[in-house]
Design a protein around this ligand. Structure first.
Ligand SMILES: Cc1cc2nc3c(=O)[nH]c(=O)nc-3n(C[C@H](O)[C@H](O)[C@H](O)COP(=O)(O)OP(=O)(O)OC[C@H]3O[C@@H](n4cnc5c(N)ncnc54)[C@H](O)[C@@H]3O)c2cc1C
Length: 284
């Protein structure tokens, strides 16, 4: 498992993650650091996560790295106590503000969509450099996109990784692809900065077409990919002059993270085993 995870996870320590970010920056990629961990079961567990994020933000600034951070609110206790989660998130946002950096709130399963958006809107009023994620498979996402567009939000658009029921989420691959591009278009039309998070070559082509048609400057959007995935496509986009950010997870919770990802979406298993033989994408 450790060998498999090593393709997708930077390592257990901040030092390992920062050195990976430095090599990604050397390749012309930006990064976003994610301290692994989600769904805590005790309030005390959130303290270490907050400290880890604050330290990461300090070190990113000290080393002048091109990286922001991505945070899962359930790692800060969202499911246990939203008020506690807010308090903990504020401590991370404070550190980001101190260093002029950006914090993105990852989107998790549908049981926390509403609470996650509520916290995003609340903090976005206080600090501009906070972003959110919309999942194309959720039927509700276009409405959420319109609400976010009203405040000029910075949005990562992804397909959505959690298994959700047909009543609230599209299941068909092509329908999800169409929904993905509809969201990207809606947000770009509204003048939002969009993080186009996909490794799907068909979607990347569609996005490039939109960018060309609209004559978007490179500052209006970025592509985003996970560490260890689609290295060739990533390099092609960077060579084409597009901004590209790599999602870099790290931390002691790597094992639980990898196992959970496999359970949540067994189709990843195929990619994971391929990763044993074809470790493309990760610098080093
Ligand atoms: C930067 C980033 C942030 C994300 N944040 C969130 C989030 O906050 N919330 C959320 O629900 N989801 C998130 N996701 C996951 C996302 O929702 C999709 O589940 C995931 O990106 C797979 O969809 P795809 O668009 O890449 O297309 P797919 O059709 O799944 O993949 C396209 C191709 O990419 C390759 N590929 C994809 N995944 C892998 C993998 N794990 N290993 C190896 N190869 C792979 C394969 O070659 C595959 O054929 C994020 C994804 C990215 C890239």
């Amino acid at each position: 498992m450790r060998r498999v995870a090593s393709r997708y996870v930077a390592g257990e320590t901040l030092e390992e993650a920062l050195s990976l970010v430095a090599s990604l920056n050397g390749e012309g990629c930006m990064a976003t650091l994610d301290v692994l961990g989600e769904d805590v079961t005790r309030r005390e567990e959130t303290e270490q996560t907050v400290l880890d994020y604050r330290k990461a933000l300090t070190e990113i600034a000290a080393r002048r790295l091109d990286s922001n951070v991505s945070v899962k609110l359930t790692a800060l206790g969202l499911k246990l106590d939203p008020a506690h989660c807010r308090f903990e998130f504020e401590r991370i946002v404070e550190a980001a503000r101190e260093h002029g950096n950006f914090v993105r709130i990852d989107m998790e399963d549908s049981s926390v969509t509403e609470d996650t958006l509520r916290i995003f809107f609340e903090f976005r009023r206080m600090y501009e450099r906070i972003g959110i994620v919309l999942q194309a498979y959720l039927h509700r996402s276009p409405d959420d996109a319109r609400r976010i567009a009203e405040v000029g939000g910075n949005v990562r658009v992804c397909k959505g990784i959690y298994v959700e029921p047909p009543g609230i989420a599209y299941q068909d691959r092509d329908r999800i692809r169409a929904a993905f591009m509809e969201l990207v278009d809606l947000l770009l039309d509204a003048g939002c900065y969009v993080g186009i998070a996909t490794h799907d070559p068909a979607l990347v082509e569609r996005a490039l077409e939109t960018i060309r048609k609209r004559r978007l400057p490179r500052e209006a959007y970025e592509f985003q990919m996970l560490l260890g995935v689609a290295g060739t496509l990533r390099r092609r986009l960077v060579a084409g002059g597009h901004r590209l950010r790599v999602y870099v997870p790290y931390g002691e919770a790597w094992y639980a993270y990898s196992v959970r990802r496999l359970k949540e979406n067994p189709s990843i298993a195929g990619h994971v085993f391929m990763g044993l033989f074809r470790p493309e994408g990760k610098p080093r």
